[in-house]
Design a binder for this molecule. Structure first.
Ligand code: ATP
Ligand code: MG
Length: 407
């Protein structure tokens, strides 16, 4: 297997630090992931070199919150975080250590959240350096807070969500003391910004462990706090049914919300938008998914043109995946029908456009869109077959009151 270039880069950084007399390890998530046989998303290096030394050794190094002792070292596309060993000070606002002190490697391990996240790896021989019992926990597939779980989870409540995310993603059991600290933390997410809550939830939902994550959130009664909406229905049918290949967190959020009850109305969607800091794009996607699922719920009442339009929607496949879990029979029939109506998945080009109407002597105006939509519907339903029939239909419509296009 070819060496992962990101790993090779991080190792080269650690070696260079070693060559200059420093202690340097690969640290945290990347060590955990390698031991689990997974490809790490990114690599971190931890070292006793201070930021000014790191800067002197790596020309590309730039500080990110230099007072926190974190530098980014870059080579082309590759970026590695190089952080000076530190111990965190007081968490006065429950968010950010008030002060940091540069420290030795054991203190740096001790400030980390979970034992499996606190491992170091020697860059030269790959030996694991374990100051907190993370290795046995990893082997036992156990998520355990470093140190006193109550204190660790209350000083930074983001860790409550991180615990759930890691347990769900790796299928780990949460150690009893850690679990008690999660249940005992009320109000559970005090001091954690909405942005970070939203970020954690997106990461949970994007992962195939999303069903487990949602169950854990509900078990610890964090679902209400995260979403701002009550559950009115039992079950995780849609969330579990989404499949491992589903990666869009908004699709998974839609699944979870449908599992929890009816599709949220506009006011509830606004609560979600502010709670989770959804982008405009995410909000639109969420609303459109519910619309398309609702359309499939009353498929048989729709005209052929409406079916084709829904089937050609860019979110049709995502919405259909949700619909199919709950109503496999009708879902399969819709799929078959759309395969007929939309060969290749694409609707036909319209026979007419606005220029054609102008050329035919109609004056541009607010009625144009309605006329073009009706002509296109007629085309989709086979009531007009070519340009001249389409034009005739447009002219007929132009002299009538505009028909309502059903939405
Ligand atoms: P992921 O694969 O999700 O990136 P990760 O373990 O690498 O997982 P990061 O958020 O990238 O997580 O953080 C890197 C490391 O920093 C963690 O492994 C952990 O040791 C430490 N860390 C991150 N966030 C916290 C926190 N809130 N409290 C204590 N330690 C933390
Ligand atoms: Mg990471």
């Amino acid at each position: 297997m070819p060496e992962d270039p990101a790993r090779e880069f991080a190792v080269s950084i650690a070696r260079r630090l070693r060559d200059h007399g420093h202690v340097a390890y690969l640290a945290g998530g990347c060590v955990r992931d390698r031991l689990l046989g997974l490809v790490p998303a990114d690599y971190d290096v931890a070292t006793d070199a201070r930021p000014d030394r790191i800067k002197a050794l790596f020309r590309s190094a730039i500080g990110v919150g230099e007072s926190f002792g974190v530098m980014l070292v870059r080579r082309g596309e590759l970026v590695t975080e190089v952080a000076t060993f530190r111990s965190d000070g007081e968490y006065l606002d429950r968010r950010r250590p008030d002060s940091i002190r540069f420290a030795d490697e054991a203190s740096d391990a001790a400030r980390r959240d979970f034992t499996v996240n606190a491992l170091f790896e020697d860059p030269i021989d790959g030996t694991i350096v374990d100051h907190v019992g993370g290795r046995p926990d990893l082997e036992a597939r156990l998520l355990r807070a470093v140190g006193d779980p109550k204190a660790r989870l209350s000083e930074d409540r983001l860790r409550v969500l991180r615990a759930i995310r890691f347990a769900a993603r790796f299928g780990f059991r949460i150690e009893e003391g850690t679990e008690a600290a999660i249940s005992g933390s009320t109000p559970a997410l005090e001091g954690v910004s909405r942005e970070r809550v939203g970020g954690e939830l997106r990461r949970m939902l994007a992962d195939p462990g999303r069903g487990t994550a949602a169950r854990l959130l509900e078990r610890f009664e964090l679902d209400r706090e995260v979403l701002g909406l009550p559950r009115t229905n039992p079950g995780f049918e849609l969330l579990d049914g989404l499949g491992d290949e589903a990666r869009d967190p908004v699709d998974a959020l839609a699944a979870w919300l449908l599992d929890r009850g009816a599709a949220p109305d506009a006011a509830e969607r606004e609560v979600l938008r502010t709670r989770l800091m959804l982008s405009n794009e995410e909000s639109r996607r969420l609303a459109r998914l519910f619309e398309l699922v609702a359309i499939m719920d009353r498929w048989s009442e729709l005209t052929v043109a409406r079916r084709i339009r829904a089937g050609a929607d860019e979110l049709h496949h995502a919405a259909h995946a949700l619909f199919l879990v709950r109503r496999p029979g009708p879902g399969a029939r819709i799929r078959e029908e759309l395969d007929q109506l939309l060969p290749g998945g694409l609707p036909p080009d319209p026979l007419l456009d606005g220029d054609d109407l102008i050329e035919a002597g109609l004056r541009p105006g607010p009625r144009f869109k309605g006329i073009l939509d009706s002509v296109y519907d007629a085309q989709l339903e086979g009531r007009v077959r070519d340009r001249s029939e389409a034009l005739q239909h447009a002219l007929d419509l132009a002299v009538e009151p505009t028909p309502e296009t059903p939405q």
